[in-house]
Design a protein around this ligand. Structure first.
Ligand SMILES: [Zn+2]
Length: 380
């Protein structure tokens, strides 16, 4: 610095003349000062002082320019002044940035913190893993994909029509009570079938798909569902279902049994057996619950001398609900080719979380959803 001729530091002048030419002249002087001072920046400390002098919000040179050249300009000169002040702002910002780069890139005192130490280990970015529930769902979807099913998805917020009415749950049907539905607030003024709710099952996607695709169809539907269940070891207000639907001419209960038996062997091993017993669902007739022989104890009900807990010593695990599509359901999509006199079909649905619990030997469903990385890391 001693080699430089000393002159008074640059100060932003008040302008009397706001003509374009006068503004340009003033801007030129300012930029010369910027360049001059920038060339003096050698260290981090220098740069900070330089930056603050030009850019400090309170009383930095840019702020003064704004006050003295733009705010003080008479009305007719505002446009010219504004344009120039904006250009100056940009140039000052670039100048300050360039000064930093220059100081860092080999000035008298390169910033110690920015020196590269190639012997330091890199930043580790841990790879995530598929969540056990998602992994289970993907496995189930893959089994049905191999059978020629395609995957369909639908909205989590549904109308009463798709969640209940079109699935043969008429208003006031007692089966509605078994699904503790979470409704969206302030829907009372709407007709019942238009009211919004968090879907209680993935079945609305069956209707939505039949509305857009003519038979034959074979679809598998994974997704989130919600019910007003207080959380405990086996319940969660949010959980996951996978269901399937096949519609064609001449589909029989034998097709249903054969398909599901094959799927269970693909999922749990070729030695598992399946068993069906009668049940009730509003949208299938006849309906059944399907059990698989316990793939944990091999159907014996015992693990060594200990009782097998997952199957409650029965040797069987209840795994899904299924049945032949009720002709009443087809009535809602009859105009798209689903004439119950001509087509038949079967549907099935299972809880993905429950299957994941069994598969991975986890005893509390809450562990899947409370986001403890120590738990989830075991599935990586
Ligand atoms: Zn068992």
């Amino acid at each position: 610095m001693a080699t430089k001729k000393k002159s008074a530091p640059y100060a932003v002048p008040k302008l009397k003349d706001f003509s374009a030419a006068a503004l340009d002249k003033a801007a030129e002087k300012l930029l010369a000062a910027l360049e001059d001072e920038s060339s003096e920046v050698k260290t981090e400390a220098d740069w900070k002082t330089f930056r603050d002098r030009w850019m400090a919000r309170k009383d930095g040179i840019l702020t003064q320019v704004n006050d003295l050249w733009l705010k003080a300009a008479p009305k007719e000169a505002k446009r010219d002044a504004g344009q120039r002040v904006n250009q100056l702002k940009l140039k000052v910002e670039q100048g300050v940035e360039a000064a930093l780069a220059r100081a860092q890139g080999g000035g008298a005192e390169p910033f110690a913190a920015d020196r590269l130490d190639i012997t330091l280990p890199g930043t580790r970015r841990p790879l995530g893993a598929e969540h056990p529930v998602i992994r289970t769902m993907n496995e189930i979807v893959a089994v049905f994909r191999n059978l020629g099913y395609s995957m369909e998805e639908g909205p989590v917020i549904e109308t009463d029509y798709y969640n209940f009415e079109s699935l043969n749950f008429p208003p006031n049907h007692p089966a509605r009570d078994t699904q503790d539905t979470l409704f969206l607030a302030n829907q009372e003024s709407k007709p019942l079938r238009e009211r919004l709710l968090l879907r209680t099952h993935t079945s609305p996607v069956q209707i939505r798909t039949m509305e857009k695709m003519k038979p034959p169809i074979r679809i598998v539907i994974p997704g989130k569902v919600h019910r007003n269940d207080p959380p405990d070891a086996s319940h969660s207000p949010m959980f996951h279902q996978i269901e399937g639907l096949a519609v064609d001419t001449n589909i029989t209960f034998g097709d249903l049994k054969g398909t599901l038996d094959h799927a269970m062997k693909a999922l749990f091993g070729s030695s598992v057996k399946t068993s069906f017993r009668p049940s009730f669902f509003p949208f299938t007739e006849p309906s059944a619950e399907m059990m698989v022989s316990c793939f944990i104890c091999g159907g014996s009900g015992k693990r060594g001398n200990e009782p097998c807990r997952p199957c409650k010593q029965t040797g069987w695990i209840e795994i899904l609900g299924c049945g032949m599509v009720d002709p009443n359901v087809f009535q809602f999509v009859k105009q798209n080719g689903y004439d119950p006199a001509k087509v038949s079909g079967f549907a099935f649905g299972m809880g993905a979380d429950r299957i994941a619990l069994l598969k991975y030997g986890v005893d509390d469903i809450q562990l899947f959803f409370n986001g403890d990385v120590r738990f989830l890391a075991q599935f990586g």
